[in-house]
Design a binder for this molecule. Structure first.
Ligand SMILES: C[S@@+](CC[C@H](N)C(=O)[O-])C[C@H]1O[C@@H](n2cnc3c(N)ncnc32)[C@H](O)[C@@H]1O
Length: 266
Protein backbone atom coordinates (compact mmCIF):
# COMPACT_ATOMS: atom_id res chain seq x y z
CA UNK A 1 0.00 0.00 0.00
CA UNK A 2 2.67 2.39 -1.13
CA UNK A 3 1.54 6.03 -1.39
CA UNK A 4 -1.37 5.53 1.00
CA UNK A 5 -1.45 7.33 4.35
CA UNK A 6 -3.86 6.85 7.23
CA UNK A 7 -5.80 9.86 8.50
CA UNK A 8 -8.24 10.05 11.39
CA UNK A 9 -11.52 11.56 10.25
CA UNK A 10 -13.80 13.76 12.36
CA UNK A 11 -15.98 10.91 13.65
CA UNK A 12 -12.85 9.11 14.88
CA UNK A 13 -12.89 6.49 12.12
CA UNK A 14 -9.89 5.76 9.94
CA UNK A 15 -9.66 7.36 6.50
CA UNK A 16 -7.08 7.06 3.75
CA UNK A 17 -5.17 9.59 1.69
CA UNK A 18 -3.41 8.72 -1.56
CA UNK A 19 -0.24 10.80 -1.96
CA UNK A 20 0.28 9.82 -5.58
CA UNK A 21 -3.01 11.25 -6.80
CA UNK A 22 -3.44 13.72 -3.91
CA UNK A 23 -6.92 12.45 -3.11
CA UNK A 24 -8.74 11.22 -0.03
CA UNK A 25 -10.71 7.96 -0.05
CA UNK A 26 -13.17 9.03 2.62
CA UNK A 27 -14.86 12.20 3.78
CA UNK A 28 -12.84 14.17 6.34
CA UNK A 29 -16.13 14.66 8.22
CA UNK A 30 -16.12 10.94 9.00
CA UNK A 31 -15.44 7.84 6.97
CA UNK A 32 -17.96 5.73 8.85
CA UNK A 33 -20.49 8.56 8.98
CA UNK A 34 -20.18 8.99 5.21
CA UNK A 35 -20.81 5.29 4.55
CA UNK A 36 -23.99 5.43 6.60
CA UNK A 37 -25.39 8.78 5.51
CA UNK A 38 -24.56 8.71 1.80
CA UNK A 39 -24.77 5.00 0.98
CA UNK A 40 -26.68 2.89 3.50
CA UNK A 41 -29.26 5.23 4.99
CA UNK A 42 -30.75 6.25 1.60
CA UNK A 43 -31.39 2.55 0.88
CA UNK A 44 -32.80 1.58 4.30
CA UNK A 45 -36.26 1.74 2.76
CA UNK A 46 -35.38 -1.64 1.15
CA UNK A 47 -34.51 -3.24 4.50
CA UNK A 48 -37.35 -5.74 4.28
CA UNK A 49 -36.05 -8.59 2.17
CA UNK A 50 -32.75 -10.38 1.51
CA UNK A 51 -30.71 -7.88 -0.47
CA UNK A 52 -28.32 -8.17 -3.38
CA UNK A 53 -25.73 -5.39 -3.23
CA UNK A 54 -23.08 -4.20 -5.67
CA UNK A 55 -20.25 -2.20 -4.05
CA UNK A 56 -18.31 -0.38 -6.77
CA UNK A 57 -14.92 0.92 -5.60
CA UNK A 58 -14.78 -1.14 -2.40
CA UNK A 59 -11.52 0.39 -1.08
CA UNK A 60 -11.31 -0.77 2.54
CA UNK A 61 -14.97 -1.64 2.50
CA UNK A 62 -16.75 0.99 4.60
CA UNK A 63 -19.92 0.77 2.52
CA UNK A 64 -20.01 -3.02 2.60
CA UNK A 65 -19.20 -3.06 6.33
CA UNK A 66 -21.90 -0.48 7.04
CA UNK A 67 -24.39 -2.47 4.95
CA UNK A 68 -23.66 -5.65 6.93
CA UNK A 69 -24.07 -3.67 10.13
CA UNK A 70 -27.42 -2.13 9.19
CA UNK A 71 -29.37 -4.38 6.82
CA UNK A 72 -31.33 -7.23 8.36
CA UNK A 73 -30.68 -9.73 5.63
CA UNK A 74 -28.12 -9.74 2.84
CA UNK A 75 -28.18 -12.40 0.16
CA UNK A 76 -24.96 -11.32 -1.48
CA UNK A 77 -22.53 -8.45 -1.92
CA UNK A 78 -20.36 -8.20 -5.03
CA UNK A 79 -17.39 -5.90 -4.36
CA UNK A 80 -15.29 -4.39 -7.14
CA UNK A 81 -11.91 -2.82 -6.39
CA UNK A 82 -8.97 -2.26 -8.72
CA UNK A 83 -6.44 -2.23 -5.86
CA UNK A 84 -6.56 -5.85 -4.78
CA UNK A 85 -3.86 -5.41 -2.18
CA UNK A 86 -5.82 -2.68 -0.42
CA UNK A 87 -9.06 -4.66 -0.43
CA UNK A 88 -7.33 -7.82 0.77
CA UNK A 89 -6.12 -5.91 3.80
CA UNK A 90 -9.46 -4.21 4.41
CA UNK A 91 -10.33 -6.32 7.46
CA UNK A 92 -7.28 -4.88 9.27
CA UNK A 93 -8.78 -1.39 9.44
CA UNK A 94 -10.75 -0.87 12.62
CA UNK A 95 -14.52 -0.76 12.19
CA UNK A 96 -16.28 -0.20 15.51
CA UNK A 97 -19.50 -2.19 15.66
CA UNK A 98 -21.50 -4.52 17.89
CA UNK A 99 -21.02 -7.16 15.21
CA UNK A 100 -17.54 -8.45 14.41
CA UNK A 101 -17.69 -7.11 10.87
CA UNK A 102 -13.98 -7.40 10.14
CA UNK A 103 -14.09 -11.11 10.95
CA UNK A 104 -16.90 -11.53 8.41
CA UNK A 105 -14.83 -9.66 5.80
CA UNK A 106 -11.69 -11.66 6.59
CA UNK A 107 -13.56 -14.98 6.31
CA UNK A 108 -15.17 -13.99 3.04
CA UNK A 109 -11.86 -12.84 1.58
CA UNK A 110 -10.46 -16.27 2.42
CA UNK A 111 -13.50 -18.26 1.31
CA UNK A 112 -16.42 -16.34 -0.22
CA UNK A 113 -19.67 -17.08 1.55
CA UNK A 114 -22.01 -14.22 0.66
CA UNK A 115 -19.38 -11.60 -0.29
CA UNK A 116 -17.59 -11.91 -3.65
CA UNK A 117 -14.54 -9.82 -4.50
CA UNK A 118 -13.45 -8.80 -7.98
CA UNK A 119 -10.04 -7.15 -8.01
CA UNK A 120 -10.23 -5.42 -11.35
CA UNK A 121 -11.26 -2.28 -13.21
CA UNK A 122 -15.03 -1.82 -12.89
CA UNK A 123 -15.06 -1.07 -16.62
CA UNK A 124 -13.84 -4.60 -17.35
CA UNK A 125 -16.18 -6.25 -14.86
CA UNK A 126 -19.49 -4.47 -15.17
CA UNK A 127 -20.73 -6.24 -18.33
CA UNK A 128 -19.77 -9.63 -16.89
CA UNK A 129 -22.01 -9.33 -13.84
CA UNK A 130 -25.14 -11.30 -14.67
CA UNK A 131 -27.44 -10.23 -11.86
CA UNK A 132 -29.75 -7.38 -10.96
CA UNK A 133 -28.97 -5.69 -7.67
CA UNK A 134 -31.30 -4.16 -5.10
CA UNK A 135 -28.65 -1.66 -4.05
CA UNK A 136 -25.65 -0.27 -5.93
CA UNK A 137 -22.98 1.81 -4.17
CA UNK A 138 -20.85 3.89 -6.54
CA UNK A 139 -17.89 5.40 -4.67
CA UNK A 140 -15.17 6.30 -7.18
CA UNK A 141 -12.66 9.08 -6.73
CA UNK A 142 -14.00 12.45 -7.88
CA UNK A 143 -14.38 13.06 -11.65
CA UNK A 144 -11.56 15.63 -11.73
CA UNK A 145 -9.24 12.79 -10.66
CA UNK A 146 -10.87 9.78 -12.33
CA UNK A 147 -13.37 10.78 -14.99
CA UNK A 148 -13.35 7.17 -16.25
CA UNK A 149 -15.42 6.18 -13.19
CA UNK A 150 -18.23 8.62 -14.07
CA UNK A 151 -18.74 8.47 -17.84
CA UNK A 152 -22.28 8.25 -19.15
CA UNK A 153 -21.27 4.98 -20.80
CA UNK A 154 -20.20 3.38 -17.53
CA UNK A 155 -23.22 4.79 -15.70
CA UNK A 156 -25.47 3.33 -18.42
CA UNK A 157 -23.92 -0.12 -17.82
CA UNK A 158 -24.26 0.28 -14.05
CA UNK A 159 -27.93 1.27 -14.38
CA UNK A 160 -28.55 -1.92 -16.40
CA UNK A 161 -27.57 -3.90 -13.30
CA UNK A 162 -30.08 -2.14 -11.04
CA UNK A 163 -33.32 -3.99 -10.26
CA UNK A 164 -36.49 -2.10 -11.22
CA UNK A 165 -37.15 -1.62 -7.51
CA UNK A 166 -33.51 -1.05 -6.63
CA UNK A 167 -31.67 2.04 -5.37
CA UNK A 168 -28.38 3.45 -6.65
CA UNK A 169 -26.41 5.58 -4.14
CA UNK A 170 -23.40 7.83 -4.53
CA UNK A 171 -21.84 10.81 -2.78
CA UNK A 172 -21.40 12.52 -6.15
CA UNK A 173 -23.90 15.23 -7.05
CA UNK A 174 -22.03 16.96 -9.83
CA UNK A 175 -24.08 17.95 -12.87
CA UNK A 176 -22.43 15.60 -15.41
CA UNK A 177 -23.14 12.64 -13.12
CA UNK A 178 -26.74 13.68 -12.43
CA UNK A 179 -27.21 14.11 -16.17
CA UNK A 180 -25.70 10.70 -16.98
CA UNK A 181 -28.04 9.07 -14.46
CA UNK A 182 -31.04 10.98 -15.77
CA UNK A 183 -30.26 9.95 -19.35
CA UNK A 184 -30.54 6.26 -18.40
CA UNK A 185 -34.20 6.79 -17.48
CA UNK A 186 -33.67 6.68 -13.73
CA UNK A 187 -35.53 9.01 -11.40
CA UNK A 188 -32.75 11.00 -9.78
CA UNK A 189 -32.92 12.48 -6.32
CA UNK A 190 -30.90 14.21 -3.64
CA UNK A 191 -29.60 12.78 -0.40
CA UNK A 192 -30.18 15.59 2.06
CA UNK A 193 -28.79 15.93 5.56
CA UNK A 194 -29.25 19.02 7.73
CA UNK A 195 -30.68 20.93 4.75
CA UNK A 196 -27.57 20.19 2.70
CA UNK A 197 -27.29 17.95 -0.37
CA UNK A 198 -24.64 15.36 0.45
CA UNK A 199 -25.22 12.82 -2.30
CA UNK A 200 -27.42 11.31 -4.97
CA UNK A 201 -29.90 8.45 -5.14
CA UNK A 202 -31.57 7.06 -8.23
CA UNK A 203 -34.14 4.40 -9.01
CA UNK A 204 -36.33 3.16 -11.85
CA UNK A 205 -39.16 3.28 -9.32
CA UNK A 206 -39.96 6.96 -8.63
CA UNK A 207 -41.78 5.98 -5.42
CA UNK A 208 -38.42 5.10 -3.86
CA UNK A 209 -37.00 8.59 -4.34
CA UNK A 210 -37.88 11.01 -1.54
CA UNK A 211 -36.28 14.17 -2.87
CA UNK A 212 -36.40 14.03 -6.67
CA UNK A 213 -34.63 16.75 -8.63
CA UNK A 214 -36.98 19.69 -9.12
CA UNK A 215 -37.91 20.94 -12.60
CA UNK A 216 -35.49 23.79 -12.06
CA UNK A 217 -32.68 21.32 -11.30
CA UNK A 218 -33.67 19.06 -14.20
CA UNK A 219 -33.56 22.03 -16.57
CA UNK A 220 -30.09 22.91 -15.29
CA UNK A 221 -28.99 19.58 -16.78
CA UNK A 222 -29.56 21.12 -20.22
CA UNK A 223 -26.67 23.53 -19.67
CA UNK A 224 -23.03 23.18 -20.70
CA UNK A 225 -21.89 22.33 -17.20
CA UNK A 226 -23.96 19.13 -17.28
CA UNK A 227 -22.28 17.79 -20.41
CA UNK A 228 -21.36 14.23 -19.52
CA UNK A 229 -18.03 12.43 -19.65
CA UNK A 230 -17.86 10.01 -22.61
CA UNK A 231 -15.99 6.72 -22.75
CA UNK A 232 -17.82 4.71 -25.40
CA UNK A 233 -15.65 1.60 -25.27
CA UNK A 234 -14.92 1.91 -21.54
CA UNK A 235 -11.19 2.07 -22.13
CA UNK A 236 -10.08 5.71 -22.31
CA UNK A 237 -7.68 7.33 -19.87
CA UNK A 238 -8.82 10.08 -17.54
CA UNK A 239 -6.90 12.78 -19.44
CA UNK A 240 -8.44 11.83 -22.79
CA UNK A 241 -11.97 11.78 -21.34
CA UNK A 242 -11.51 15.25 -19.83
CA UNK A 243 -10.01 16.61 -23.08
CA UNK A 244 -12.94 15.26 -25.10
CA UNK A 245 -15.44 16.80 -22.68
CA UNK A 246 -13.66 20.17 -22.75
CA UNK A 247 -13.77 20.07 -26.54
CA UNK A 248 -17.48 19.27 -26.47
CA UNK A 249 -18.12 22.16 -24.07
CA UNK A 250 -16.13 24.50 -26.30
CA UNK A 251 -18.19 23.58 -29.37
CA UNK A 252 -21.51 23.41 -27.58
CA UNK A 253 -24.31 25.90 -28.24
CA UNK A 254 -26.00 25.04 -24.94
CA UNK A 255 -26.65 27.78 -22.40
CA UNK A 256 -24.07 28.21 -19.66
CA UNK A 257 -25.13 27.40 -16.12
CA UNK A 258 -24.45 30.94 -14.92
CA UNK A 259 -26.67 32.34 -17.71
CA UNK A 260 -29.40 29.84 -16.79
CA UNK A 261 -29.20 30.78 -13.11
CA UNK A 262 -29.17 34.51 -13.86
CA UNK A 263 -32.11 34.29 -16.27
CA UNK A 264 -34.21 32.25 -13.92
CA UNK A 265 -33.85 34.92 -11.21
CA UNK A 266 -35.41 37.53 -13.49
C1 LIG B 1 -13.14 7.03 -2.93
S1 LIG B 1 -12.30 5.51 -2.80
C2 LIG B 1 -13.56 4.44 -2.22
C3 LIG B 1 -13.54 4.19 -0.76
C4 LIG B 1 -14.23 2.92 -0.38
N1 LIG B 1 -15.61 2.85 -0.74
C5 LIG B 1 -14.01 2.58 1.09
O1 LIG B 1 -14.98 2.34 1.80
O2 LIG B 1 -12.86 2.52 1.50
C6 LIG B 1 -12.18 5.02 -4.50
C7 LIG B 1 -11.71 3.59 -4.70
O3 LIG B 1 -11.85 3.27 -6.08
C8 LIG B 1 -10.81 2.41 -6.46
N2 LIG B 1 -10.72 2.45 -7.93
C9 LIG B 1 -10.09 3.38 -8.69
N3 LIG B 1 -10.25 3.11 -10.00
C10 LIG B 1 -11.01 2.00 -10.07
C11 LIG B 1 -11.53 1.23 -11.15
N4 LIG B 1 -11.29 1.59 -12.42
N5 LIG B 1 -12.26 0.14 -10.88
C12 LIG B 1 -12.50 -0.22 -9.59
N6 LIG B 1 -12.03 0.46 -8.52
C13 LIG B 1 -11.32 1.57 -8.76
C14 LIG B 1 -9.62 2.99 -5.73
O4 LIG B 1 -8.57 2.05 -5.62
C15 LIG B 1 -10.24 3.36 -4.38
O5 LIG B 1 -10.11 2.33 -3.46
Amino acid sequence: MKNIEIIITDDGSIGLYNKEINEIYHSREGAKKEAFEKFVEPALILNKKPLKILDICYGIGYNTKCAIENFKSIELIDCIEIDGKLAQNSFKFEYKSQKNINKIIKNNLKKPDFINFYFNDIRKIIKLLNKKYDIIFHDGFAPHKQAELWSEDLIYEIAKKLDKNGIYCTYNHSKPVLNALYKTGLTVGKTIKNNRTIGTVASFNPKLINNPLSNFELNSLKTKSAITYKDKNLNLEHKKIVEKRNEEIKNSTLETLSHYLKNSKN
